[in-house]
Design a protein around this ligand. Structure first.
Ligand code: BMA
Length: 892
């Protein structure tokens, strides 16, 4: 364990993960010839004025940028300057000869299919001048028959229509009634009618993101040809059979069959000494088969656990198919064994229902955050970027991420990494903050999307829940779009049709191994009772809650709803100067600049941040404008970290309480983990991967064992919140703001801290605590505390409670902080010395990617050591040159 209470091994996880994620499906066989059409294609705009080459998978923006036709779309105001790209139509073309290896199958074979794993979004596709199909949903794979059209040299053309134009045309054609919202709020500078197109809903802008309505071929393209059959997908799903008291793996096989065939399927899990053979009989057309492999009861099945609760064993399942006539197929897939239940049952002394996850029979408190797309241009989300973000989440002890419904169904690697890291996934379907049309073609497309995505993701143990949409139940219930009362039922009916009669119906038919929720937030079973749109979907007695309040004092925990499950809450901050610097010029470095308001997509966001900060801190007043700008960034990060900490600690300590009928909170997922570009947002990790202060604090407040201090009715209370069963001792110290020597210390007796519970460790009137301590006052002293187990094997991160705002701290001086840096193996050791206690000491190495093992801390000792792990090669000199240190008193 390190001093933040986390196992030190996490700092090395990154390299382990890189080594791990290569194990995936290997396909081939069954007489299918495959020709990948990924690579360099030609790209031109509608009038031919632009003609260049572009990568597939990829998008127009990336292509234009690579050729220098445009500069970085994220630079300054370029999102507006480059609006023309999304308003134009574009054509991708590729010419491909049929090489000898594929020719003998393709040209003469019975079937040839062009497979597009993902087209963004609206396209007409032709091969050798013949239209072979159209697309209108970026979340679907499309297969087009091309047998008979192939030649020695082929021209494949994908004509992409502007998504903005398409959405608008669809809206204009929808005359019977309106489907709001028409347009995003003006402050978002976005495009209209995103709800009419099956495309990432945030691509037309969001309150943290730019409007880049991309066009492109964003996933793989290939030609498959065959004579007998091809395997479309195979989906293993481990399941616990309660009747047999044993594990099974159901494997569904989806075929496209040219000629009726018979064969044999062999399923095996060698590690668990389990194998079985099955007869396969397939009729022409789309033909499915499903087999159940019983796992041997003579072996112990190691269960997959969420991070922090056990290991994540991933076990190889092998599948071998042999078809009469000699065709064969072999593939491997990693599977894992775990059960998941969403428990909604009555709670003693509390109206409503519980809402928590039971994994392998154990109630688990979900600690985590919400995930948004990591880039507006998905082709730029590299494996490194993704790995870094997910490892960062795990380093902050997160065991869950919610893949939010306004983005995309993530790439396969995302889920494989979550499987390996023990990060559970709450998977939304891609609908957010809007009502949707329910015309037949739209529903049909959604049905196909949902079926494909469930089949693609179902075998991942990390995915623990499906959820229909983001905030659309709330949008109707709270009438966000001012729908006249007499029309309300009509919209409720549409809502039920889309999410219940279609999406839910498909999910339940496709996947019986995990729960489905219609919306988030929702009252879940209670919403169902009320016709799927509850009177108040934010009811803390049921389901999950999203809660935001920017103007109330975030230090006051009484203002937070004591909900069963907090799936969204948060506060904005600005990303660091080094991150912003990449997309700005000096004229932008001011909170009052056009750039600062341009990047802020949340109405009044910039002022809200400063007003919230002003409640407890003195705002920066440096006369140097650039320094003041940097200090403003710093104070927004301090404010955000403190606000989210207070709220998260409140949720964690509400785990076992019922107060006035509310409590038993079992989840805290703050909004939001990551960023899509360099802008103010609720994220704890900046675009580019740099941790904000909040992320360093998340490492602490999500630790398996934490100590939480609160003031309630004049009393000072301390709680230990623990995921582990331990005997603990509590240590409390009071420090004066002007001294490194504790004014007094207290120690509790050994107390049993219940795993999965909250234990009150200490209670005392604040007045007594202060007067007993050499006449401390609220303004002169701060309380610092932690709990630790025998021999310090477990220890909570050191925590603190301010009894007054830092702006009123008496005796807090401008500290003089000096440092030396030395190399320490693969890390850099930073030795800090400080002249007097310092608040929120922030170490920043500009654009050197990496993490400190502690940051944003209170420095209550004269010296302190932190380590920096760089995520790229760097030198001692670079680290020394770039290291800046800021603490609260430096900004005023
Ligand atoms: C929630 C999310 C997002 C949004 C965030 C911050 O409602 O679902 O729609 O970005 O709040 O406003």
């Amino acid at each position: 364990m390190d001093r933040l209470g986390r196992p030190c091994v996490h700092l090395t996880v990154l390299s382990v993960v890189y080594a791990l994620f290569v194990v995936e499906v290997t396909c081939g066989g069954l007489g299918v010839a495959e020709l990948s059409l990924n690579g360099v294609w030609a790209l031109r705009n509608s009038n031919g004025s632009l003609s260049l080459s572009a990568g597939v998978p990829g998008c127009v923006h990336t292509g234009l940028q690579l050729h220098g036709v445009i500069e970085d779309p994220y630079y300054r105001f370029n999102d507006l300057a480059y609006r023309w790209i999304s308003l134009d139509n574009w054509t991708y073309t590729v010419s491909f000869p049929l090489s000898d290896s594929v020719r003998y199958v393709s040209l003469g074979s019975k079937r040839a299919v062009l497979v597009f794993e993902g087209v963004d979004t609206v396209s007409t596709i032709s091969l050798n001048g013949v239209i072979i199909g159209k697309t209108d949903n970026m979340f679907r794979r499309y297969d087009f028959e091309v047998a008979g059209l192939l030649k020695d040299v082929n021209i494949l053309e994908v004509w992409l229509m502007s998504a903005v134009t398409y959405a608008s045309e669809k809206r204009q054609a929808h005359t019977a009634y309106s489907v709001p919202p028409e347009c995003p709020p003006v402050v978002q500078k976005g495009e209209c009618h995103i709800n009419f197109i099956r495309k990432a809903q945030c691509s037309f802008s969001w309150d943290w993101g730019p409007s880049f309505p991309t066009l492109g071929i964003w996933k793989d393209v290939r030609l498959e040809s065959f004579d007998t059959l091809r395997l479309l997908s195979f989906v293993p799903s481990p399941k616990y059979d309660t009747v047999l008291s044993g594990w099974t793996v159901e494997v569904e096989l989806f075929f496209d069959v040219a000629v009726a065939s018979k064969g044999i399927v062999l399923l095996s899990v060698p590690q668990l000494q389990s194998a079985a053979k099955f007869q396969l009989s397939l009729m022409p057309g789309q033909s499915n088969a499903s087999f159940v492999l019983h796992i041997s009861q003579n072996v112990t099945v190691d269960l997959w656990w969420p991070f922090g609760h056990g290991q994540q064993p991933l076990i190889k399942l092998l599948i071998d198919i042999s078809i009469e006539g000699g065709e064969t197929f072999h593939a491997e897939r990693l599977i894992a064994f775990r059960t998941v239940e969403l428990v909604q049952e009555p709670i003693l002394e509390s109206p409503g229902r519980s809402f928590y996850f039971r994994i392998n029979g154990q109630p688990i408190f979900l600690k985590g955050s919400n995930w948004i797309p990591a880039h507006a241009f998905q082709d730029q989300v590299t494996a490194d970027r993704l790995t870094q973000l997910l490892v960062s989440a795990q380093m902050a002890h997160m065991n869950v991420l919610r893949v939010w419904g306004g983005g995309i169904y993530e790439q396969d690697l995302f889920y494989s990494l979550c499987d390996q890291l023990g990060i559970m996934v709450w998977q939304d379907f891609m609908f957010a903050c809007a009502l949707y049309p329910i015309e037949q073609d739209f529903i049909q497309s959604v049905r196909e999307e949902v079926t494909q995505q469930v089949r693609r993701l179902k075998s991942h143990p990390s995915v623990v829940i499906w959820s229909g949409n983001n905030e659309n139940e709330a949008a109707i219930a709270d009438n966000w779009f001012s729908i006249p009362h007499e029309q309300r039922q009509h919209y409720v009916n549409d809502y039920v049709h889309l999410y219940v009669e279609n999406i839910r119906q498909i999910v339940q038919q496709e996947d019986s191994t995990r729960p489905f929720l219609v919306s988030s937030p929702t009252n879940a079973v209670e919403s169902e009772k009320e016709g799927w749109v509850a009177h108040n979907p934010y009811d803390p007695h049921y389901g999950d809650v999203h809660f935001y309040s920017y103007v109330t004092d975030c230090w006051d925990w009484r203002k937070f709803p004591r909900t069963r499950f907090a799936s969204e809450y948060g506060f904005q901050s600005w990303p660091s100067f080094s991150t912003l610097r990449k997309v700005t010029v000096p004229a932008d470095w001011d909170f009052g600049s056009n750039f600062s308001s341009h990047r802020q997509h949340h109405n009044l966001g910039n002022i809200q941040m400063l007003l919230q900060a002003l409640l407890h801190y003195i705002l920066p007043n440096n006369t140097d404008p650039v320094q003041r700008y940097r200090d403003n960034i710093y104070i927004t990060q301090v404010m955000q970290a403190q606000c989210v900490k207070t709220q998260t600690e409140f949720y964690r300590r509400s785990r076992s309480d019922i107060v006035e009928g509310k409590g038993h909170t079992m989840g805290a997922l703050y909004w939001q983990l990551n960023d899509i570009w360099q802008a103010p947002s609720w994220s704890s990790i900046e675009f580019g991967g740099k941790w904000k202060m909040l992320h360093y604090w998340a490492v602490r407040f999500f630790s398996p064992l934490i100590t939480v201090g609160v003031e309630d009715n004049g009393d000072f209370l301390l709680y230990a919140v623990s995921d582990l069963n331990v005997d603990c001792i509590l240590k409390v110290k009071l420090y004066r703001w002007n001294s490194f020597t504790p004014q007094c210390s207290l120690e509790s007796d050994w107390t049993k801290v219940k795993g999965g519970g909250v234990t009150q460790m200490f209670q005392c009137p604040v007045s007594k605590l202060l007067t007993d301590c050499r006449k401390c006052t609220r303004h002169t002293c701060v309380v610092i505390f932690d709990v630790s187990g025998q021999g310090d094997v477990v220890r909570s991160p050191t925590n603190y409670l301010f009894l007054s705002s830092p702006q009123d701290a008496e005796g807090l001086q401008k500290p003089k902080i000096t440092f030396t840096v030395e190399e320490a193996g693969a890390r850099f050791k930073v030795n800090l010395r400080c002249s007097s206690p310092a608040l929120f000491v922030w170490l920043d190495v500009e654009d050197i990617p990496g993490v400190f093992d502690d940051n944003g801390f209170l420095m209550m000792s004269e010296s302190y050591t932190v380590f920096f792990t760089a995520w790229r090669v760097t030198t001692l000199k670079e680290v020394v040159d770039k290291l800046h240190i800021t603490s609260l008193r430096d900004i005023y």
